[in-house]
Write a protein that binds this ligand. Structure first.
Ligand code: DSN
Length: 419
């Protein structure tokens, strides 16, 4: 039977089908991507998309909130339980908005914020100069240590003492190591700064108990909901009770209008999933897979930033292979292996054509791949790097990738979106 979309708009229906096929047939290694469950997909694609709900449960500016109040409260309560947080706001449209709302809750324009520089693994919204966060605030940026590729907490403390920021941001978008949030809190306390921890990438690892939680230490924790946490595309803020009102006001009406209730219903479903023992096993396997893949890549002579990984993410410095990051990620894509090119610390190349490739294991772990398949994927990388200009070899690897993927169809509860 034809779906409504197929009948009404066959062009869009066809493109969505093609995207589904692409996602099914590829080894998806972008560390911020995943496959959500059918239940999350159902909630996100529901009639909640029709509803405006400006305000918060019990205090809205529009009527007809009999159901939306219950949904948002459910999402909040479930998230509070998963992260043991005092207060949760599930309304940010994305991690970027969540970060800006966090800073605006505790800073005035012109105040000093201090975050990890983008080329060193930080996010745009950690104060990078082209982002509003780098324009509205006086942004000071820290680096990873030149020798280790890891945070040097003494160096960060020295920089904090020099600049006395109002806010220190701990978190990253391309950092393969576990973050010591307690050490960051000590640094923040030593200069009287607020600590904002952005766990967008590792939220699922924190929820699954695999990585240290910043919740006991940070004044505000910011996250997206769709990376390792495996929910719909959205953002979320957590904070101590004393900042609850400031955070809520900063999100609405400070940064946003009506919340996306369809996304919030998907977040509610994802939070119930994240509370299960299955999810904890999933989080553990993400890390086991990343560690194994890192080990095997190093055996093939790939140079990994920081010499490995503790989390879901691997950053490959391609300089020793004589291949630019973009060229490698394009060749991988031709072979149905999807990654992104990325800067590496102290990158001599430009951010548009950087020296690194960033990969991660959240999506392939959802489809059930384990250590054995990581060995095969590392071999694919080796074959592609050694034959970077050979279209025939790349095509052959692409076929092997399709075969591997067909042996790992998504588990039943992750299969849907035929419309
Ligand atoms: N750019 C996203 C990522 O892939 O890490 C975060 O915004």
């Amino acid at each position: 039977m034809l779906t409504a979309l197929e009948q009404q708009d066959p062009k869009v229906a066809k493109l969505i089908k093609e995207e589904k096929l692409r996602q099914d047939g590829a080894i998806r290694l972008i560390p911020s991507e995943n496959y959500v469950s059918e239940a999350v997909m159902n909630a996100t694609g529901s009639c909640l998309t029709n509803k405006y709900a400006e305000g918060y449960p019990g205090k809205r500016y529009y009527e007809g909130q009999q159901i939306t109040d219950q949904i948002e409260t459910l999402a909040i309560d479930r998230a509070k339980k998963v992260f043991s947080a005092d207060h949760v706001n599930v309304q940010p449209y994305s991690g970027s908005v969540a970060n800006m709302a966090a800073y605006m809750a505790i800073c005035q324009p012109g105040d000093t914020i201090m975050g990890l520089a983008l080329p060193e693994g930080g996010h745009l919204t950690h104060g990078w100069k082209v982002s509003a966060t780098g324009k509205v605030f006086n942004s000071v940026q820290y680096k990873v240590n030149d020798d280790t590729g890891m945070f040097d907490y003494d160096e960060i403390a020295d920089l904090a003492k020099k600049h006395k920021p109002k806010v220190i941001i701990s978190g990253a978008t391309a950092y393969p190591r576990e973050i010591d949030f307690k050490a960051f809190k000590e640094i923040a306390d030593s200069v009287g700064a607020y600590l904002v921890s952005d766990i967008a990438h590792i939220a699922g690892l924190v929820a699954g108990g695999v990585h240290m939680s910043p919740v006991p230490y940070a004044d505000i924790v910011s996250t997206t909901t769709h990376k390792t946490l495996r929910g719909p595309r959205g953002g979320m803020l957590m904070c101590k009770e004393e900042l609850a009102t400031a955070i809520d006001k900063s999100v609405f009406p400070g940064m946003q209008g009506g919340p996306h209730m369809h996304t919030i219903s998907g977040i509610a479903v994802a939070m119930a999933e994240a509370a299960t023992a299955d999810f904890a096993d999933y989080a553990q396997q993400i890390v086991k897979n990343a560690k194994r893949l890192a080990e095997k890549l190093m055996e093939y002579g790939f140079d990994l930033v920081s010499g490995g990984t503790d989390n879901h993410l691997i950053l490959i410095n391609m300089i020793n292979k004589g291949i630019k990051g973009k060229k490698m990620s394009k060749a991988l894509d031709m072979a149905n292996i999807v990654s992104n090119c990325n800067t590496v610390p102290n990158d001599p190349a430009s951010p548009f054509n950087p020296s690194g490739v960033r990969i991660g294991t959240p999506a392939i772990t959802t489809r059930g791949m384990k250590e054995e398949q990581m060995d095969v994927i590392a071999r694919f990388f080796d074959e592609i790097a050694n034959n970077i200009d050979d279209a025939q070899v790349i095509e052959k690897v692409g076929k092997e990738v399709n075969e591997l993927c067909s042996a790992f169809p998504l588990p039943e509860r992750f299969v849907n979106f035929d419309n």
